[in-house]
Design a protein around this ligand. Sequence first.
Ligand SMILES: Cc1cc2nc3c(=O)[nH]c(=O)nc-3n(C[C@H](O)[C@H](O)[C@H](O)COP(=O)(O)OP(=O)(O)OC[C@H]3O[C@@H](n4cnc5c(N)ncnc54)[C@H](O)[C@@H]3O)c2cc1C
Length: 387
Amino acid sequence: MTPKALEWQKKIRQFVDVELIPWEVHAEMNNGNIPSEIEKKHQELAIKFGLPGMGISKNGGGLNLSMFDQMIIWEQLGRVTNALCWCFSEAQDWMEEVFSDYQKKEYLKPLMNGTKKECYAITEKGSGSDVNGSIQSTAELVGDQYIINGEKWYVTSANKADFFFLQAKIQNGNNDQNHALFIVDKENEGIELIDTPSFSHTFSHHHSIYRFNNVKIPIRNIIGKEEDGMSYTQAWFRHERLGIAARCCGAAERLISEATKFAKERESGGSKIKDYQLIQSMLADSVTELAATRLLLYEICKDHDNKQDVKILHAKCSMIKLYASEMANRVADRAVQIFGGRGYMRENVAERFFRELRADRIWEGTSEIQRIIIANSLYKRGLENLI
Ligand SMILES: Cc1cc2nc3c(=O)[nH]c(=O)nc-3n(C[C@H](O)[C@H](O)[C@H](O)COP(=O)(O)OP(=O)(O)OC[C@H]3O[C@@H](n4cnc5c(N)ncnc54)[C@H](O)[C@@H]3O)c2cc1C
């Protein structure tokens, strides 16, 4: 911990405790929604802190925070349920590296000042875990426009977004399978909302299915080179996997502290339940697993800040995403158990986290896919590089 990180930790913890957490139950009971003036206030406060550009350079108008400091912030944001911490869009550092000047002006800056929101469309009906192999969406260059066709599943936050990051295979008539990443404005003609499925959690951010029918986008909306789409998506994955791990640590911390408080108050059989060793065992395991996870997270963030080889880093981001999401799910399960019947009520933080944290073992690559990445890296790069 550095004095700067501690300062961020304190500031964001207070933001979460004072501004976000008080709205959790309201959101839970209202399909994830809170009053629009409160939502606006949360966004304004996040922008005032500079959170949308926390990893962007000072020249680019951001805070230029290290990955370590960024994840200290995300850890605190993870303490709130119902995705209330998604009150701002995040411009990620890799975007600053690869966006053209036009894209920085029209998309990156607006993400940072809150005038535009983004969503990320990779998954398809037949392509989830196997992103590289089975994406069917196509992009064909005709004149000075790309024509996009395809269907994208589970596009998180698309209901609030102004544009999609969309991954498609370039169609050029000679079996070229290059994956490219595009910025697709939501107002473009040919974008059709197919379905908005319901999920276990109660978020105002939907995960809808969209069809892209001959959507024409200007050539200036391709990110970088045609063949680099997958590498940008991987940069996105690395960032998101660290973010998920940090939020899982924050969630576990909140769960342990709420369950401990309850255990100290609740009486059963003439004693406080905190005195029962079976309860102590659940709390002790949770604290120990959280402590180990945080250490690994912080170490991997420092590896990132020390510019470790990106392929090794990629596997380490999988390691921490896997470990933290599995840990937080175990902690949530124990917290529900400690709360007893109260832990099964939607107004209880443990019940909400129990449902919400489940997705962290699935999205941004399932736990199985993280294990495959880690094992492949072990074979290719050796144990000494992973630990
Ligand atoms: C709430 C939610 C929000 C999401 N948001 C987005 C989003 O914003 N943008 C986006 O693009 N996607 C999003 N996704 C999609 C998510 O990333 C995928 O669901 C996930 O990657 C798994 O893909 P799948 O659902 O097709 O499962 P599948 O790939 O069909 O996997 C099914 C099962 O098989 C296992 N499996 C698959 N391949 C292997 C293998 N080689 N070895 C061992 N086991 C394997 C998986 O681990 C899983 O257990 C979201 C998903 C959810 C649930």
